[in-house]
Design a protein around this ligand. Sequence first.
Ligand code: PLP
Length: 234
Amino acid sequence: MSDPRTEELRESLALTRARIDAACAAAGRDPADVTLIVVTKTWPVDDVRRLAGLGVRDVGENRDQEARVKAAETSELDLTWHFIGQLQTNKAASVARYADLVHSVDRLRLVEALDQGARKSDRILDCLVEVSLDPPGAQGRGGVAADDAAVVASAIADADHLRLRGVMGVAPVGGDAAAAFARLAEVLSALRRDHAGLDVMSAGMSEDLEQAVAAGATHLRVGSAVLGTRPPLG
Ligand SMILES: *Cc1c(COP(=O)(O)O)cnc(C)c1O
């Protein structure tokens, strides 16, 4: 596809990759160790196709209904699907069918539901523990308290059809992203004492990807910097 939207995406993708390269250079890191996940939520499946044509391999979505349809409609593209949103247990089996990495595992009931879903789909599903980086008492956002991350991590590691890969975090709104991501990195290194092979730290969005790279993030979840300001949800 080559149309004005493709050219717009080509440009914003190049700018985003340049930001990542600069952040890696500043942190003495190899850009090859940082995966850009383009968050396509609310954008049409044609944008997913355009992005794939521009070399994007990893896409992120936060709602099952939308993600499921997009994944099915682009199955020939061999994309890696990241599920990054708060997940209800009754959607877990659906997500377990198409997701390659679930970033937002934050409670034991969800571990159980994803494990059952992955078993039914005869898959091993990669999972991250979502750790809350909000001040204590913040309401309505996903994530397990840092002190309880080990319990959720062990449940994932013990589940027959799940594989624990690491941690995910979202910086607090209006808060200190660098400090929040440093805490997330600490949670990951603590989990590494009990679990071998943890290789994913998912952190950083359009506004704070530089701080995430500095703190050691391996996966960045970038939406609006690539796709533009999201259309209002209908
Ligand atoms: C929407 C979303 C993103 C992307 O946010 P942008 O600010 O558009 O880059 C990243 N992570 C999560 C969990 C999201 O829901």
